[in-house]
Design a protein around this ligand. Sequence first.
Ligand code: FES
Length: 187
Amino acid sequence: MSKPETSNEANAPQPSATHADASRRNALKMMTLAGGVGLCGAAAIPAARFALEPLLDDAGGGKQRWVRAVRLDRLKPDEPTRVALIAEARDAFITETKELGSVWLVRRGAGVFCISVVCPHLGCSVTAKAEGVFYCPCHDSSFTKDGKRDKGPSPRDLDTLDTKIEDGWVLVDFKKFRMATAEKVAV
Ligand code: FES
């Protein structure tokens, strides 16, 4: 006589059904994980870009910001050369450039003298004259070869910036300064 089936035995999952359920559960877990990774990646892109912004914006406040300006051998001795300073920022996908400002560079001996082109009076651009002195045409301020105030309404000397030479390149510690004040204050 064959043994009757009990209800438990009748309802017990068959081995093949158990395997299929486990596979479905694993597939669902993988999809959830993949979605989470995708979302994190999408959030990481703007985070990386955001992290680069301070590099472009910390030129003030006294922080040091060495910017590669020009090859040293491009500068003639004692002749002012105006150079635009370009900063470059990279993330995983793009490279951005931004002009920070301009400076006058003068090669003197083994070093390089640097002054901002921004007139401390009201911010016009200072030009270099043939004699190597500096002049602001807006309100006739003039400055010596060393950027010292000579005459005119500028409340202070031209703003000097530190430089250093590395691998044949001139690097400038770029900063901006408050205008119309007797004190030189980085902003
Ligand atoms: S802005 Fe240069 S003298 Fe006024």
